[in-house]
Structures are given as structure tokens and as C-alpha cells.
Design a protein around this ligand. Structure first.
Ligand SMILES: N[C@@H](CCC(=O)N[C@@H](CS)C(=O)NCC(=O)O)C(=O)O
Length: 249
């Protein structure tokens, strides 16, 4: 069975806050591939992945190696893969008898669509990152605050925009979602970008929406977001949850 390394949190076992990990979970669930989750504290990610023989996904600002979750080990093929998009493509290729993420040969379109969506909403994560320590264990939260304050060049609790810049950020993010709502509107009916057929872009967007829940489901940000585009985004999330089912064991 596939092992999926996740970042440990205060969430109940089997749940995650990380949009990157949600991407892989939705894909495994959608394809019906069983997996087991190994939660790893933030400060242990590097040593755990190194120990499992999983490679880096990049470099930190200071030039040191960066190890990230999600990462998977697949005993069926011996593959060890990190980076959510690489994992997605690996699963698509290695499990050809499962539902395709790219029906009717739409790999390029799905990837381009999602890539555009993701880079367009990227500025909003500045409001999520300072809230991540709240969902981590105490030690991991200290570690995270220290690391992010160093990489961001100021204390993490001073990075969340306030006042007019915050309003402007939300206005712009809402416009991005409205643009993508316009694309979904042209799908000929159904909740997914290809109508009634779910695909890669829907799962990836749902994972991003999961990430926004780090605001807190009782927060004014999340409650407001749920009203955007006539509730399109929470409905998409529900539709993705319905078509995936949880294969985590
Ligand atoms: N591009 C990567 C990003 C993954 C990522 O940033 N993961 C975070 C957890 S959500 C991580 O492991 N960070 C480790 C660190 O910053 O030390 C992907 O899509 O998988």
C-alpha cells in the first residue's frame, strides 16, 4: 500500500490542513488507490524523508536543501516521489486502469488551467501562512514561526496584511475567482470544468479551497468566501468530496 507523508497537525487523525497534501489525497481517493498516511512534525520532515530515501523538492533561500510533504513511497513499483504535481503525474502514469485525471487527452489543458488559477490566487496565501502555527503542535509551531520569520524577513505575526491593503487583496482574489467562475459557467452544465466529468483541475482547485479553511471555518474570511460566485467554490469542494471517497486506511 502507498505511504503518504503528511504534515502533522492538531486536526483529527486522517485530516489535513495542507492544500499540497489535499492534492495528492484527492487524486489517490479519486483513483481508488489505497494508502496510509504518516503524519510528520514540521521539524522532522527533512530527517524523515531523507531516512525514507525521498529526494528534495527545491532549495531554501539560504541555499540549503528543501524536503517537503506530500511525498509518497509506492511499494508496488519502488517509486519514491515528492512534490504534489510530480506525484499526480506519477500516479496517472503508474495506475492506467484507474479513472484518468485527464479525460479525453486533456492533460495540457487541465495543467495550464490549474497553473493559471494557482498563480493568480497566490497572493492570498499571505493571509494563511501566519495562521498555520495555530494548527500545529506547540513545538512545531515554534519551529515554523522561527523559520518563516527568517525567510520572510520579519516576524511572522507581522506579515498578515491589515486595513486597506487587506481589503484590496481580498477584492483582487475575489475577482480571480469570478474569472474562473466565468470559465466554469461555460462547461455546458454540471459542477466540474468538463461538465459532469471530474478531472485534475477540479481536484487541485478543491485542494486549494481546503487550504483556505486554515482561516478557520468560523472566520469572517471563510464565511464570506463561501458566498462568492453564488457558492460555486464550496459546492465544487462538496462535489469533489463526493466523487473521491476516502481511501485512507
Ligand atoms: N511544491 C511542493 C510544495 C510542498 C510544501 O511546501 N509542503 C510544505 C508543507 S504544506 C512542507 O513540507 N514544507 C517543509 C518546510 O518548509 O520545511 C508540492 O506541491 O508538493
Amino acid at each position: 500500500m502507498i505511504t503518504l507523508y503528511d504534515v502533522a497537525s492538531k486536526y483529527p487523525r486522517g485530516q489535513t490542513w495542507s492544500p499540497n497534501v489535499w492534492r495528492v489525497r484527492y487524486i489517490l481517493d479519486f483513483k481508488g488507490i489505497p494508502y496510509t498516511i504518516v503524519p510528520v512534525e514540521y521539524y522532522d520532515i527533512e530527517s524523515t524523508l531523507k531516512g525514507a530515501g525521498i529526494g528534495t523538492t527545491g532549495r531554501r533561500n539560504d541555499g540549503s536543501d528543501l524536503y517537503t510533504v506530500p511525498a509518497i513511497v509506492d511499494p508496488k513499483t519502488g517509486a519514491k516521489v515528492s512534490d504534489s504535481i510530480k506525484i499526480a503525474l506519477y500516479l496517472e502514469e503508474s495506475y492506467p486502469d484507474t479513472p484518468s485525471l485527464f479525460p479525453h487527452n486533456t492533460s495540457a489543458l487541465h495543467q495550464a488551467f490549474f497553473s493559471n488559477f494557482y498563480s493568480s490566487i497566490a497572493p492570498i496565501w499571505v493571509t494563511i501562512v501566519p495562521r498555520i502555527p495555530l494548527v500545529l503542535s506547540e513545538r512545531a509551531s515554534v519551529w515554523f514561526i522561527d523559520l518563516r520569520s527568517k525567510t520572510l524577513g520579519k516576524p511572522l505575526n507581522q506579515t498578515d496584511p491589515v486595513g486597506e491593503p487587506r481589503k484590496e487583496l481580498f477584492r483582487k482574489t475575489r475577482e480571480v475567482f469570478a474569472t474562473f467562475d466565468g470559465f466554469y459557467e461555460k462547461n455546458g452544465g454540471g459542477q466540474f470544468i468538463m461538465g459532469n466529468t471530474p478531472g485534475f483541475a477540479d481536484l487541485m482547485i478543491a485542494a486549494a479551497i481546503q487550504g483556505l479553511k486554515v482561516w478557520g471555518e468560523d472566520s469572517s474570511e471563510w464565511r464570506d468566501f463561501c458566498t462568492w460566485d453564488r457558492g460555486r467554490w464550496t459546492q465544487l469542494l462538496e462535489a469533489v468530496v463526493r466523487c473521491t471517497g476516502d481511501q485512507n486506511e
